[in-house]
Every structure is written in structure tokens, then in C-alpha cells.
Design a protein around this ligand. Structure first.
Ligand code: FMN
Length: 465
């Protein structure tokens, strides 16, 4: 193959290249690479490679191109995570931001995560010359609209094309996946529902919206955008269910949240567990095709879609629910189960009486759910995974716990208040297995869930890992 360096080009061409590279925020070398890649667009190397892979391995995602259209809703910030999720799954991602979306996130952030300039303007002469809205429409294997605003849905349903996003949506022949996100009243409005019916009849696919807390003014209802992992799974489904659902046919049992141990009918002992990590794992497992039973202590989280949710209060109830949910292929114990309960919980409210001694609470040990399931001789899941919430000697305590409890893996995390992990959205995990300790990078609880589910999928196909 011929080799060419920028230095060999004439000065006028070099100057033109420099200007173009500066305008696109790329190095001159990257600009040349982009031009050459675009020139080879007709050969469509990525599609060729994807086709070869597809023939060899069945449905594949490598090199498939997703055009992500980000609408102007509060959920736009989640689309930045969605870009990462799609890329993690072998998809290449290009972004278009509507004018309103740029009020919530920047094209710079979207472009930096996608690894390619994000597009915003239908009438940008340079963009129209370089790529153009018709090429953006043609070069997508799938268009994902997330968040799909009420406005975008209305424009799509009526064939409007007065900005880059809607012009591309009208010009494409690719499949379209919508992740609506809006206020519950906007969602249930007859106009939105009429537009939705039109779009579904036109062959558009939907992911979400979910029910739950809205970002604004503590409102609840249907209209929350599906989580990035759900959208990524739905996108993969468009390319073939097998690649998207490595846990299809697998039964997972997951516990989450705290337990409440009664002192009397109105008081209880609890802990600060939010349930977020367990719920994130349940959502990721369901998105990977697993049949999921989530046994949850009292939490303030919406019920995830497509999951069998069993709610319990005490450790003893949780154990009963876990045993009733067996058999399962994998059991993940993310709940922060109280070690002790009050030995003689009062049947009536304990009264404060003048002159009487302060009541003393005698505690008794709760059943150890993780150890009970891990040591079962019948119906023991193939993979029993526990969490170790520690505030000191994390690795040593987690290794000791792995041996003591008889489980296969421990996900150890430091829950000292300074880490913000308990109740927060992020987590830093060390995966402890009989083979050693593997530190995972600090990341969101969704990220931990995705990594764990990927590891489980690998472990189930390669039982020795
Ligand atoms: C703070 C704020 C939040 C908004 N959130 C949403 C939303 O979640 N969903 C929605 O459909 N519209 C939402 N809107 C209204 C849209 O931004 C507005 O309809 C806009 O024209 C949508 O443009 P687009 O569809 O081109 O992105 C919001 C507006 C504001 C000011």
C-alpha cells in the first residue's frame, strides 16, 4: 500500500487541511484519516467487516453504526452514558443534538464520548459539504432517539423536517428506536398518544418510558426515559437477539435494599442501604435476557420493568422469599441484611412513662441468607455471589468472607461515609474470587451492574473462569 505524509503535500493544500482540521477540532493527521475514510465510504469497509463477522458468528454488532439523536429534555444527560454503553457493545456512535438538546448538554461532550464530532445544524454549510443530512441518514444502521421529546415525536408523526434531526429522521430508511422522556401529563396527553400510535404504525420501535420519579418537582408517573442499559439492550435487539441477550434462558435471583427489623409495631432497626446497586443489577440482568426475581427490602425506587419483584421487610422474610425463588442459575445477594433483630419485639408500642427505666433492646442473630444458600446441598445456584460492605481492611475481610460464607464471588466495597457509596450513585468494587482480587475502576452503579452481568455471562459459558 502506498505511504503518504502530510509534509509531502503542497502548501496550499496543507493550509486548507489545517483550517479544516481546526474547524473540526481534529489534528491534521486525524483530518486526513477522516477524509480518506469518507472517500472509502462507497466501499463501506465497516459494513464489509460487519458482514464477514456476521457470517462467521451469527448476529454481530461490531462496526454497526448507530445515529443517536438527542432531544431537548432533562434526560439528555443520560444520553452521554448511553453513548458509552452503545460503544461498549461494539457499536459505532454518531450524535445529532437538537437545538434544545444543546441547552442541556454540549455537542463537545457528546462528540468527545462518541469519538466523532456531534452534529447540530441543518444549515451549517461546512457540515452539509462534508457529510450532509442525507449521508447522516444513509450511513446509519439504526437511529436511536433518546430522549425522544414530545416535540420530536409530534414532528416525526407528521413528517416535519425543519431541523437536522427531523430532516435525517425523514430521510432515513434505517430502523428507528425511540426512548421517550417527558412529564407524565405530556405523555398521557391525547396528542402525544395519537402521535405514538402513528409512529408505531409506521414501524418505529419503543423502549420505555418507565414509571418513576421525574427529574422536576418530585413528580412521579409514566414518562421517565428508559435507563441507558435498557436502551442499549433494545438497540442490540435490533441487530439480533442473540448478541443482545447473553443471559437468555438463565434464571437470576437478586436481593437488594435494607431489611427493617421491628422494635415494636411502629419502630424498627434499619440501615442506609438504598437498593440502587441491586436494582441496577436486576435491570442489567433483565436487559441481558435473564429471567429475574428481585427480592427487595423497603426502598424508595420504582419497580423495574420486566422483573418479578418480591417485596419483604425483615431478614427472615427475605430468606423465605429467596428459598421460594429457587431453583436459580445465579444468586446475587446485594441486600444489606440486618445481622441482628430485636429478640422480643413488642406487640404494642413501647410507651415512655415518667420514672420508668429506659427500655433495653436485647438482640438476637438473624439468619445468614448468603451462607445458607451457598451451603445448600440441593438447589444451590451454579454461581452464588455476595457483597461485602466493609469500612476497614476491605480486601482481607472480603477474602475471609468468601471462605466463611462458601460463596463463589464477593463484590467488596468500602462503605465508609467518606466514600459516598451507601445511598450514592457510584461504586468502587473489588471482585474477590478464589483466584484472587480484581480491583474494578470507580464507576456508576449501572456500570458495576453491566460489568458484573458480562462476567456472569462469561462464567456461565466457561465454567472454569
Ligand atoms: C427545563 C426543561 C425541561 C424539559 N424537559 C422536557 C422533557 O423531558 N421532555 C420533553 O418532551 N420536553 C421537555 N422540555 C421541552 C422541550 O425542551 C421543548 O419542547 C423543545 O422544543 C424540544 O425540542 P426538540 O424536540 O427539538 O429537542 C423541557 C423544557 C425545559 C425548559
Amino acid at each position: 500500500m502506498a505511504s503518504l505524509t502530510v509534509r509531502q503535500l503542497d502548501d496550499a493544500l496543507k493550509q486548507q487541511l489545517r483550517l479544516r482540521a481546526a474547524r473540526n477540532g481534529r489534528s491534521v493527521e486525524d483530518e486526513v484519516r477522516t477524509i480518506l475514510r469518507d472517500a472509502a465510504g462507497d466501499i463501506d469497509m465497516a459494513a464489509e467487516a460487519a458482514a464477514v463477522t456476521a457470517e462467521a458468528k451469527g448476529p454481530a454488532t461490531d462496526g454497526r453504526r448507530v445515529l443517536l439523536i438527542i432531544g431537548g429534555g432533562i434526560a439528555a444527560y443520560k444520553s452521554l452514558d448511553l453513548i458509552r454503553r452503545l460503544k461498549e457493545r461494539g457499536l459505532s456512535v454518531r450524535c445529532i443534538l437538537t437545538k434544545a438538546a444543546c441547552e442541556f448538554i454540549t455537542p463537545l461532550a457528546a462528540g468527545a464520548i462518541a469519538g466523532e464530532k456531534a452534529f447540530t445544524d441543518l444549515f451549517d454549510p461546512q457540515h452539509e459539504f462534508d457529510v450532509g443530512h442525507i449521508r447522516l441518514a444513509r450511513e446509519a444502521d439504526l437511529i436511536v432517539v433518546a430522549p425522544a421529546t414530545a416535540d420530536l415525536m409530534a414532528k416525526m408523526a407528521n413528517g416535519l423536517a425543519n431541523d437536522l434531526a427531523t430532516a435525517v429522521l425523514l430521510a432515513t430508511t434505517a430502523k428507528i428506536l425511540l426512548a421517550p422522556a417527558m412529564n407524565p401529563r405530556m405523555w398521557s396527553n391525547k396528542a402525544t398518544q395519537r402521535n405514538l400510535a402513528t409512529l408505531l404504525a409506521d414501524g418505529v420501535t419503543l423502549v420505555g418510558p418507565n414509571a418513576g420519579e421525574m427529574a422536576e418537582s418530585s413528580e412521579r408517573g409514566l414518562g421517565r426515559m428508559a435507563e441507558p442499559l435498557e436502551i442499549a439492550a433494545a438497540a442490540l435487539n435490533q441487530f439480533g437477539a442473540k448478541a443482545a441477550q447473553p443471559l437468555l434462558g438463565t434464571k437470576l435471583l437478586i436481593t437488594a435494599g435494607p431489611t427493617h427489623e421491628p422494635i415494636d409495631p411502629v419502630r424498627y432497626i434499619a440501615n442506609r442501604s438504598s437498593g440502587k446497586q441491586g436494582y441496577a443489577i436486576a435491570i442489567a440482568a433483565a436487559a441481558a435476557g435473564a429471567d429475574v426475581t428481585l427480592i427487595s427490602g423497603p426502598v424508595n425506587l420504582p419497580k423495574p420493568a420486566g422483573i418479578n419483584l418480591v417485596t419483604v421487610e425483615t431478614a427472615r422474610d427475605m430468606l423465605k422469599a429467596v428459598e421460594a425463588a429457587l431453583p436459580a442459575d445465579v444468586a446475587i445477594f446485594a441486600a444489606a441484611v440486618a445481622d441482628w433483630r430485636v429478640a422480643n419485639a413488642g406487640e404494642q408500642k413501647i410507651k415512655k412513662k415518667a420514672g420508668q427505666a429506659t427500655p433495653k433492646l436485647a438482640l438476637t442473630e438473624n439468619p445468614d441468607i448468603l451462607a445458607t444458600v451457598a451451603h445448600r446441598t440441593t438447589l444451590r445456584p451454579k454461581l452464588v455471589i455476595g457483597f461485602a460492605a466493609e469500612t476497614e481492611d476491605l480486601s482481607a475481610n472480603a477474602q475471609a468472607k468468601l471462605a466463611r460464607k462458601g460463596c463463589d464471588w464477593i463484590l467488596a466495597n468500602d462503605v465508609s461515609p467518606s466514600t459516598g457509596i451507601m445511598g450514592g450513585d457510584n461504586n468502587t468494587i473489588q471482585l474477590v474470587t478464589p483466584g484472587g482480587i480484581e480491583p474494578w475502576p470507580p464507576q456508576s452503579k449501572d456500570g458495576v451492574a453491566a460489568m458484573l452481568i458480562a462476567r456472569i455471562a462469561t462464567a456461565l459459558t466457561e465454567p472454569t473462569s
